[in-house]
Design a protein around this ligand. Structure first.
Ligand code: CP
Length: 509
């Protein structure tokens, strides 16, 4: 484990290693002389780059670094950097990681989803060993918070019993990166029973419910009465564009002296904090409540130090590891027919398939993209022109061709070039948008070949992420990437902001 970008990248073995390491770090906090025994390296450098406010995460990363005897450099607010002079984030982080001046570890908090993953890739491209830690990216992820939450839970429940716990979430689940990271972590650890209490406007996205077998989801705080752990979450006011919607959610779910005894006496009540004054989720006088469920939010926050000490330590030890991720579009065109071009095109002429005519079967090399939905041909043509430039000229779209299967279809003809078949980004894009029906016809080297497109697994570069707050919408060097997580449902996930979208919502850049 070099970088910590998202809980979804971690294995249970890696999580257990962090938990064991954090226990050790707790011993070092109690007895700093133990650090010497760990063969402490010479002053590694940690940069904390926070463009969103933070009390706990920045404070505990800073304290964790200090206790490890690491050098630390803290930058708070974009206005403290040349981002405020319209420098790109890519150039900014290159500088933070540059030779001699740069950091060994860069912990980054930002309101733009996907920034930590983009940062990791930018540093990889410059062959830089700097480890990247996500300290919270917009509404996406807060993985170190989830890890300190687990460390906190392990103080009350044995690890082997965690899968049998009932865990409840309350508040703004749609915009809470803590809820998102915690749920991914609990699913990985085998938790089955979850309770989700929120107003409909702040419901959790479907993907975070996947894998749990007993889910109760509603607007009734009493639903949390069988929970062993209750995690209360702040309304993320800053992420609501619509102030009316925001006001309907604020103060809706609160744990107060009147309702705290609804919950199991042995339950623990967690909150990542901040717990806002007046309309916070936990009535502040309950911080010291000792006649029922325990509110452990402050102890939880304090656990950030040993957990983040371990994360910094491990990231530094493993900083030279190369990141192992695939970075190309993946799609497999499947050949379904092959024969002599001359013979084949003779047959096509008999069927009056006139669009084959410009391609000479003896000397030509061209292709036809067939069975595109009516009206989509010109979109595909412009995608090809933008991607391949003059190489694919001449190119034409024939609209509204009769089709026995689809009624009407569009057909795109490239007269002199078959390079689309070698361009995985194009093939994956066409396959995602129209795959099931699209066929490719090629004429080359006197042969005719017909292909169908199987669903792509990764689609890069040519389609925009619909999330306006995704890093790929802001950084000129960011190349989009989607995973075709549920080909049968037509749902894709952005590799950066980790949001899911119907594939029909993805439009060419
Ligand atoms: N829990 C948490 O992330 O708090 P801060 O925003 O204060 O860092």
């Amino acid at each position: 484990m070099k970088n910590i970008i998202s809980i979804k990248d971690l294995s249970t073995a890696e999580i257990d290693e962090i938990m064991r390491g954090a226990e050790n770090m707790q011993k070092i906090i109690a007895n700093p002389f133990l650090l010497k025994k760990m063969n402490s390296p010479l002053k590694p450098k940690v940069t904390l780059f926070f463009t969103e406010p933070s009390t706990r995460t920045r404070g505990s990363f800073s304290e964790a670094a200090r206790r490890l005897n690491f050098d630390r450099y803290e930058i708070s607010g974009a206005e403290a950097t040349s981002l405020s002079k319209k420098e790109s984030l890519a150039d900014t982080v290159r500088m933070f990681a540059s030779k001699n001046q740069g950091a060994d570890i860069l912990a980054i908090r930002t309101n733009t989803e996907g920034t930590p993953r983009f940062t990791m890739e930018i540093l990889d491209k410059m062959n830089c060993d700097t480890a990247v830690i996500n300290a919270g990216d917009g509404m996406n992820q807060h993985p170190t918070q989830a890890l300190l939450d687990l460390f906190t839970i392990s103080k009350y429940f044995e690890r082997k019993n965690i899968p049998d716990l009932t865990i409840g979430f309350m508040g703004d689940l749609a915009y809470s990166r803590v809820a998102h990271s915690d749920l991914l972590l609990f699913r990985l650890l085998g938790v089955k029973k979850i309770r989700l209490v929120s107003v409909p406007e702040a419901k959790i996205q479907t993907k975070y419910k996947d894998g749990f077998t007993e889910i109760i989801e509603n607007e009734d705080i009493k639903t949390l009465s069988d929970c062993d752990i209750i995690i209360a979450l702040r309304v993320q006011e800053e992420r609501y564009a619509d102030p009316v919607k925001r006001e309907t959610i604020k103060g809706k779910f609160r744990i107060t002296p009147e309702n705290i005894n609804l919950f199991k006496k042995e339950a623990i009540i967690m909150h990542p904090l901040p717990n806002p004054v007046n309309q916070g989720e936990i009535y502040p006088l309950l911080y010291n409540y000792d006649n029922g469920p325990k509110v452990i939010a402050h102890g939880q926050a304090a656990n950030g130090i040993p957990v983040r000490m371990q994360i910094l330590w491990q990231s530094y030890q493993e900083r030279c590891l190369k990141n192992d991720y695939q970075n190309i579009s993946t799609v497999t065109p499947e050949k379904i027919r092959e024969e002599s071009a001359k013979v084949c095109l003779e047959k096509q002429k008999n069927k009056k398939m006139e669009f084959f005519r410009p391609i000479d079967p003896e000397t030509g090399a061209g292709m036809i993209i067939d069975h595109l939905p009516l009206g989509q041909g010109s979109i595909v043509q412009s995608l090809l022109e933008k991607t391949l430039g003059d190489d694919i000229l001449p190119i034409h779209t024939i609209k509204g061709v009769s089709s026995s299967k689809y009624g009407k279809k569009d057909v795109v003809i490239i007269e002199n070039n078959c390079s689309v078949l070698k361009n995985n980004d194009l093939l994956a894009t066409i396959s995602l948008k129209y795959g099931e029906r699209t066929t490719l016809h090629l004429v080359k080297d006197k042969m005719y070949r017909k292909f169908k497109l199987n669903p792509p697994t990764r689609i890069k570069k040519l389609l925009a992420c619909p999330n306006p707050n995704c890093v790929t919408r802001h950084e000129p060097e960011a190349v989009t990437c989607f995973y075709n997580t549920f080909p049968n449902l037509g749902i894709v996930e952005c590799a950066y902001c980790e949001r899911e979208f119907p594939s029909e919502d993805l439009q060419p850049i």
